[in-house]
Design a protein around this ligand. Structure first.
Ligand SMILES: Cc1cc2nc3c(=O)[nH]c(=O)nc-3n(C[C@H](O)[C@H](O)[C@H](O)COP(=O)(O)OP(=O)(O)OC[C@H]3O[C@@H](n4cnc5c(N)ncnc54)[C@H](O)[C@@H]3O)c2cc1C
Length: 413
């Protein structure tokens, strides 16, 4: 295989392209916007390779109604989005059965194994290792009852090898100053890191693709070309572009491209927000995660970023400014000394989420030549570098799809 078109220049498509180019393929990446400027620009920067627990854990059916009824809760589904969201939420609840949780955790562990090192490999090759910091992450709990709600997820993570140290209030203070006294218990993850500028990160990977001879073009892909049952290229910007294989890495928009080929994938856009504060006057060393709010507060090179909330809505629906305002409340609740007056206007992005947390990766059995790499959800930054390595290996060396079995598009029937 020599010529490959990658649809989508988010961090996932770029990492796939980087590994394909390094493996000797002639790669063209197509995106309607500049590299990394979609969802990948605005994430919380956390590299969370130990996050193997699925989003839906046993008991989720009891928790979700309470979260939805709480106007300020971390999860929301706008009224107009309910008809589309219901079938997805049903599959999400089914994914919380214990046998499914084990299957998903094993798949996530396989995907995320060595993720930080995979990022480091790319950044080192591109001379940009300064983007990655190794300070760990600190989860914060108000009390033991709150921590107990996450017991099953922490146990699952530990079983898959994650180091997680439980801290008392003195332990929190020894790691980070200025945290609100309401947070009395911490869980410190020393082996997780963070990226200090996700947009610069994506641009560095894009530059690497070009350095190795790949092409990055601005064009909207309107359709995948299929001839004699095989995908042979795309229609983009009024042109027909041919290739030996096409990788769909179009984030939350990927399912739309697959539908005309008869592939139905339950991909939802879980929208999230961030607010960037260039001069917060209170800067933690590492990402802080108030577990009750499910937000990330990450020190970045351009200031402090508070990111989070889950809004299940159509990818193209207008944003909800009130969701972003909640993030500032979250920040104040964790770091009371933080100054918010320099806060920039909010940003919104779409996490591409499958109901069983696992992404879709590999060649579609019914449509040779069509490769998928999307749906990395809440962990798309973390997963991008290992996903790129896995997919390129499967594409460039026989047998196809080796190592990608847990991520098959066919699992949705
Ligand atoms: C608030 C928030 C915080 C997050 N925090 C973290 C975190 O801390 N750690 C982590 O690991 N993950 C995090 N994530 C998740 C992560 O950001 C995403 O999973 C990841 O960015 C998805 O990357 P992607 O390349 O699949 O999608 P995108 O970045 O959305 O890229 C897809 C690209 O495809 C292009 N495209 C789509 N359709 C077409 C078409 N027809 N033609 C041409 N181009 C097309 C789009 O323009 C876009 O550029 C967070 C997400 C959010 C929203």
């Amino acid at each position: 295989m020599t010529r490959v078109i990658v649809v989508g220049a988010g961090i996932v498509g770029l990492c796939v392209a980087w590994h394909l180019a390094r493996g000797g393929a002639a790669v063209t990446v197509l995106d309607r916007i500049a590299p990394g400027e979609g969802t990948s620009a605005g994430n919380a920067g956390a590299i969370s390779q130990g996050s193997v627990a699925p989003l839906a854990m046993p008991g989720v059916l009891r928790q979700v109604p309470g979260m939805l009824l709480d106007r300020k809760g971390a999860l929301t589904v706008p009224a107009r989005a309910w008809p589309a969201a219901l079938p997805w939420l049903w599959r999400f609840v089914l994914a919380a059965r214990p046998v499914e949780v084990e299957r998903i955790a094993a798949g996530m562990a396989q995907l995320l194994d060595g993720a930080e090192q995979r990022h480091r490999d790319i950044l080192r090759a591109e001379g940009a290792e300064d983007l990655l910091r190794d300070e760990g992450q600190l989860y914060l709990y108000r009390d033991a009852a709150q921590l107990a709600k996450d017991d099953a997820a922490w146990a699952l993570r530990r079983r898959h090898g994650q180091r997680a140290e439980v801290l008392d209030r003195a332990g929190i203070e020894a790691l980070e100053g200025g945290i609100a006294p309401a947070y009395r218990i911490g869980v410190f993850l020393p082996e997780q890191g963070h990226v200090v500028n996700p947009l610069r990160h994506a641009r560095v990977v894009a530059r690497g693709v070009e350095r190795m001879g790949g092409t990055i073009r601005r064009a909207e892909v309107s359709a995948l070309l299929r001839e004699n049952g095989r995908v042979t290229g795309v229609r983009a910007g009024g042109e027909t572009l041919r290739a030996d294989a096409v990788v769909v890495a179009a984030g939350a928009w990927s399912a739309r491209l697959l539908r005309p080929l008869g592939l139905r994938v339950p991909l939802a856009a879980q929208r999230g927000y961030h607010v960037m504060i260039p001069e917060p006057r209170a800067m933690p060393r590492r990402p802080l995660v108030p577990a009750d709010r499910k937000a990330f507060i990450t020190p970045m090179e351009e200031g402090l970023r508070v990111a989070g909330t889950v809004e299940i809505a159509d990818a193209d629906a207008p944003p909800s400014p009130e969701r972003a305002a909640l993030l500032l409340e979250d920040l104040r609740g964790v770091l009371p000394a933080a100054r918010l007056d320099s806060a920039r206007p909010f940003w919104m992005g779409q996490r591409p989420c499958l109901p069983d947390t696992l992404p879709v990766m590999g060649e579609a059995k019914a449509v040779p030549g069509l490769w998928c790499c999307f749906g990395h959800g809440h962990l798309g930054l973390t997963a991008s570098a290992p996903a790129g390595a896995l997919l390129a290996r499967a594409m460039l060396g026989p047998p196809a799809n080796a190592g990608l079995e847990p991520f098959a598009v066919e699992r949705f029937g």
